[in-house]
Design a protein around this ligand. Structure first.
Ligand SMILES: [Zn+2]
Length: 313
């Protein structure tokens, strides 16, 4: 059985050892001076979103050269291969790495080069989804243009960042342009905001929903579905579920409280994903264990490659 991962952030998945090595090369003080790099990045007991997001400023600081991006992408794909993944969809907000010596195209090329090395070595097929940062309208517009300019080099378009107060409809023109170019769209929705955000993601061309877990709020105790939940179920819209990430942002207290098992039993199209391996100290192997605790009998079946769900083809 081929296995896929649909939702994993490149800047949230550096190896701790690599973070240390790259920090040493540029004498990056916040990391060079600490003993345990894994602990430094681990935000599993994070009390605020600010504290969680602060960790990304440090990983991004190490993603400012072609060779660093290449190495980080290569290792991400290799680490997924170690967890028996065959198709890896990675995502990144490209302008975080654009600087005087690195153009947006260089950023994309560096990441793809790392993915290609991993593919040549162990066969894992990887692709890049470009993320616009939804709290920054200029950024979203620029990333949408970038996606169109380099559509042959990428596999999809997404918006990430704080969901509340930044609904997909803010960017309906960008989504329409991207969609008209035949580029696949997934949108983070139903994590920091509720059902309305998921509905808006669907209205703006999302073929998949990043997280989407709060679709459960459109289903009552008698398992009667509201319009959005009914649409998602009937159209087999993939929900990119990230259990550990949801626990760490305090959406649910324990795996048993997470709605994955209920959604699965109702027949929703569910996949298992890592979101941010470094900050959440997780891996696909770990998510398989957590999903079991959450009540999924055969978690590995949720990784099964599906040509209709994948943006890689
Ligand atoms: Zn995410």
């Amino acid at each position: 059985m081929y296995k896929q991962v649909l939702h994993d952030h490149l800047d949230g998945g550096l190896r701790p050892s690599t973070a240390r090595d790259l920090a040493k090369q540029i004498d990056y003080k916040p990391i060079v001076e600490i003993d345990n790099v894994a602990d430094f990045f681990d935000r599993s007991s994070s009390t605020s979103l600010e504290n969680y997001l602060e960790a990304f400023t440090h990983s991004i600081a190490l993603m400012q050269t072609f060779s660093n991006l290449e190495q980080i992408a290569y290792e991400a794909a290799l680490d997924m291969h170690q967890n028996n993944i065959n198709f890896y969809e990675s995502r990144y907000a490209p302008f975080y790495s654009v600087n005087d010596t690195l153009s947006p195209k260089d950023v994309i090329n560096a990441i793809n080069s790392g993915f290609k090395q991993a593919e040549n070595e162990c066969g894992i097929v990887s692709g890049l989804i470009l993320c616009g940062m939804r709290h920054d309208p200029d950024n979203v517009k620029a990333v949408a243009e970038l996606a169109i300019d380099y559509k042959k080099l990428i596999i999809g378009f997404d918006i990430a960042g704080p969901e509340l107060n930044y609904l997909p409809s803010m960017y309906k023109d960008s989504f329409l342009k991207v969609k008209n170019e035949g580029i696949n769209i997934t949108i983070h929705a139903g994590e920091g905001d509720g059902v309305n955000s998921i509905q808006e993601a669907l209205d703006n061309g999302a073929k998949r929903i990043g997280h989407g877990v709060r679709i459960i709020e459109d289903i009552n105790e008698d398992n009667e579905l509201g319009n959005t939940a009914d649409y998602v179920l009937q159209n087999n819209i993939p929900l990119e579920i990230c259990i550990t990430s949801n626990l760490h942002t305090n959406m649910y207290k324990s795996p048993q409280d997470h709605p994955i098992s209920r959604l699965h039993n109702l027949g929703f199209n569910i996949s298992l994903n890592t979101d941010n391996r470094l900050m959440s100290n997780t891996s696909i192997d770990n998510e398989l264990k957590i999903a079991k605790i959450a009540g999924i009998e055969d978690p590995a079946s949720l990784l099964k490659y599906s040509a209709s769900d994948s943006f890689l083809n």
